[in-house]
Write a protein that binds this ligand. Structure first.
Ligand SMILES: *[C@@H]1O[C@H](CO)[C@@H](O)[C@H](O)[C@H]1NC(C)=O
Ligand SMILES: *[C@@H]1O[C@H](CO)[C@@H](O)[C@H](O)[C@H]1NC(C)=O
Ligand SMILES: *[C@@H]1O[C@H](CO)[C@@H](O)[C@H](O)[C@H]1NC(C)=O
Ligand SMILES: *[C@@H]1O[C@H](CO)[C@@H](O)[C@H](O)[C@H]1NC(C)=O
Length: 739
């Protein structure tokens, strides 16, 4: 056959190219010369031509073994598909294309391998510090395994490297294992164990196929140093509680398990908590308690022995061996037992009299309630407790007293300065009264005290009192009077029971020095105004009461104001007014007479028949005044030797036969308490024929000038009392003094 043939030899592939006669006829393959494919995968080899209308293709292996592949043609292209790739496909495949007389051939070398999975790391067991362990790195289903290299690293440190260079006797998938034994240390915690497998398959291509698996190292420490702490103690009493805490070291932290050793040495599990608390322990709870710390790789245990002792049987009685109970109150006596499951309790009195109370028993406690406490309860009460064969008895002495109220202070009367008063301090319903002491104190100073020591067999509540007489003074006001009652409770209570009452002293002073100020005067002219002001001393401040004394002597109250005012006085306001200063301690009074008058006026002095008469004539001298009541009219004949008061009838004086001696100055005085008015005239008596020069006109003029006195209105007061009215009187100037 004409043509040119070129052979190219490679290390593992062989290529044949056959040139056809026709210059244009060419053959191409894909992949070009060779391909590397993994067992189980799918691969297609393609052969195509150019420069030929309808080529024909054929495939074969170089050593003429079966193709183990499917062929499909398509005009100028033929495909050989291996699905899946297997050992039987490890060949050099040749594609032959024929175009008429032309024929061309091209080969493709198919190389196979297997490296399907990452390596697996297996450890012979959990890693425990100090314990040798074997780590395996398993690389499964490798082909060709003579090209396999495996590294095992701990962190960055290469522990082992191996090439699996053994000859391959047959084509097969093999699993290769690299094994290393090492002893973990604490520092290995957290480090990675790395298995790296390399398949040096492609000699043309320097980088090998590589798979790697990493496993973090879990390093464990077996439990150790398991320790138990016991609170409060391993020696306990019945009913006590105990707390036991257990700890154990290890990695991971050990779990704690508590159990109790049974008689047959088996363990009875109790708790999975590190703290085990046992409450209300019984004797049977004595024994050996086991704490075990456990983790994945080990366990460690410790034991503790608890001893629970029987609690002694005790009995308590309250409130104490002696108790003071107040009559009428409620008293509860309690008897309680500890250290006995089911005691029996009973009460009695020492002299076996009735209990006079209610008993209530609940389990290990019994109460005796005395309500209300009475004389029947003055006993020594005994409580008896029986627990199995054991028996105990305790007593409680109930001592009675009665001291229910504070003392009462009573005064025999009002406290008045200087007057003796009796203070009575009474303590009601006391028992036993022979223990009673009463004290009366003034500002801390004991005034009187008394102890009631009389013994008595009588059981009764008695009221006791202490009295004392004293004379208060004004300095006592504000001081505290205290009545202190003490009931001595004997040996039972060192301090006596005390009750006290306090009264603040107010010492009264009876009113005195009651005085009245009258302004302007107690004698007034009708229509004028007057103020009468009253003052009185005393404690507390006396109250003022103004009254008017009626004709029958009775008092008509008018005002409680200090000042009694008349704006415009009338005659009827005249009278006696009484001011009283009044407080609890007494009354002090002062009287004042108020005189209201009308001033005398319109006085007329006339003579009949004339001021000049002859001897023997009858002359009538008469004096009249206006109708002012209570006016005295005094008719007088003035003389150098002394005035003669003339007896007048209704102001008229009659001279039957006028003598010469009857000549002279006549004066009429009209007066009342407010004032007086004078009129005078001169009577001339002419003798019959002779004694013509007797008349002295100068004298008349003199009298007229000096005797005709009209007193100033209002301000002239005379002082004469009614009793003095008959005789002479004197005029006194206005007086405004205390009356
Ligand atoms: C364990 O202790 C925890 C906390 O101290 C507590 O909540 C839990 O109930 C306990 N478990 C047991 C079984 O006692
Ligand atoms: C004191 O008062 C009590 C009770 O009011 C009475 O029994 C007693 O007689 C009084 N004593 C005197 C001395 O007044
Ligand atoms: C009486 O008292 C009043 C009030 O103090 C006073 O205004 C009046 O002038 C007094 N009258 C006389 C007459 O003193
Ligand atoms: C007492 O005085 C008051 C005021 O000072 C007065 O209002 C009252 O009328 C007076 N009472 C009498 C009875 O005078």
């Amino acid at each position: 056959m004409p043509g040119k043939m070129v052979a190219i030899f490679g290390a593992s592939e062989l290529l044949w190219i056959v040139f056809a006669a026709s210059q244009a006829f060419k053959i191409e393959t894909s992949p070009d010369y060779s391909t590397l494919v993994q067992i189980g995968d799918t691969i297609s080899l393609t052969c195509s031509t150019t420069g030929c209308e309808s080529p024909s293709f054929s495939w074969r292996t170089q050593i003429d073994s079966p193709l183990n592949a499917k062929v499909s043609h398509e005009r100028t292209k033929s495909t050989l598909t291996m699905d899946p790739v297997s050992f039987d496909n490890e060949h050099s495949y040749l594609c032959t294309a024929t175009c008429g007389s032309g024929k061309m051939e091209k080969g493709i070398q198919v190389e196979i391998y297997s490296f399907p999975k990452d390596p697996e790391i297996h450890l012979s067991g959990p890693l425990e510090v100090g314990k040798p362990i074997t780590a395996q790195c398993v690389v499964p289903d490798v082909y060709p395994f003579d090209r396999l290299e495996v590294d095992l690293l701990k962190g960055d440190h290469l522990m082992k490297n191996q090439d699996f260079l053994e000859d391959m006797e047959r084509k097969s998938l093999e699993t290769k294992t690299l094994e290393v034994t090492f002893t973990p240390v604490i520092e290995d915690i957290g480090k990675a164990l790395v298995c790296r497998a390399k398949l040096h398959i492609d000699e043309m291509n320097s980088a090998p196929k590589e798979r790697e698996t990493t496993k973090e190292l879990q390093v464990y420490i077996s439990p150790r140093n398991t320790v138990i702490s016991v609170q409060p103690s391993t020696r306990l009493q019945e009913g006590d509680s105990v707390t036991m805490t257990c700890s154990s070291e290890g990695l991971p932290a050990p779990e704690i398990f508590w159990s109790k050793k049974l008689e047959n040495e088996n363990l009875q599990p109790l708790s999975g908590n590190s703290t085990l608390t046992l409450i209300a322990m019984r004797i049977e709870d004595s024994g050996i308690y086991v704490c075990e710390g456990a983790n994945l790789i080990g366990r460690h245990r410790t034991e503790v022995e608890l001893v629970v002792q029987e609690k002694p049987f005790t009995m308590d009685i309250s409130p104490g061996s002696r108790v003071a109970a107040q009559i009428g109150d409620t008293m509860v006596l309690t008897c309680s037992v500890t250290g006995c499951e089911s005691p029996s309790l009973s009460w009695r009195t020492q002299i076996d009299s009735p209990l006079s109370g209610q008993v209530q028993s609940v389990r290990a406690k019994s109460t005796l309630t005395l309500s209300p406490v009475s004389f029947k309860n003055e006993h020594s009460y005994l409580c008896t407790a029986t627990c199995g064969p054991k028996k105990q008895e305790k007593g409680i002495q109930v001592e009675l007293y009665s001291f229910p109220r504070d003392p009462e202070i009573e005064m025999s009367g009002l406290l008045v300065s200087g007057s003796p008063v009796t203070v009575n301090c009474t303590v009601p319903n006391v028992y036993p009264f022979d223990h009673l002491e009463i004290e009366l104190l003034k500002e801390g100073t004991i005034l009187a005290s008394k102890q009631f020591l009389e013994g008595t067999d009588r059981k009764s509540l008695e009221t006791k009192s202490l009295d004392m007489t004293f004379t208060p003074t004004t300095e006592d006001t504000g001081k505290a009077l205290v009545c202190l009652a003490k009931l001595h409770m004997g040996e039972m209570e060192s301090e006596p029971k005390q009750r006290q009452s306090t009264q603040t002293l107010y010492v009264n002073v009876a009113p005195k020095d009651t005085t009245v100020f009258v302004s302007p005067s107690s004698i007034l002219e009708e229509g004028s105004s007057v103020n009468m002001t009253c003052f009185s001393d005393g404690f507390p401040d006396p109250k003022i009461l103004w009254s008017r004394q009626l004709s029958n002597g009775a008092l008509q109250p008018l005002s409680e104001n200090t000042t009694l005012t008349f704006i415009s006085t009338k005659i009827e306001d005249s009278g006696i007014y009484v001011c009283e200063g009044i407080n609890q301690a007494g009354i002090s009074r002062k009287e004042i007479e108020l005189i209201v008058q009308v001033f005398p006026k319109d006085i007329q002095l006339t003579v009949f028949p004339s001021e000049s008469v002859k001897e023997g004539d009858t002359v009538i001298i008469s004096c009249t005044c206006g109708n002012v009541p209570e006016t005295w009219i005094i008719l007088k004949k003035k003389a150098v030797t002394g005035d003669t008061v003339l007896r007048s009838v209704d102001g008229a004086y009659t001279i039957r036969k006028a003598q010469l001696e009857d000549a002279g100055v006549y004066e009429c005085e009209s007066k009342n308490k407010v004032g007086s008015q004078l009129r005078s005239l001169t009577l001339d008596v002419k003798g019959r024929e002779n004694n013509k020069d007797y008349f002295s006109p100068e004298l008349l003029v003199l009298y007229c000038a000096s005797s005709l006195i009209i007193p100033a209105i209002g301000m002239t007061i005379y002082f004469a009392r009614k009793a003095n009215m008959k005789g002479s009187y004197s005029l006194v100037d206005a007086q405004k003094s205390k009356v």
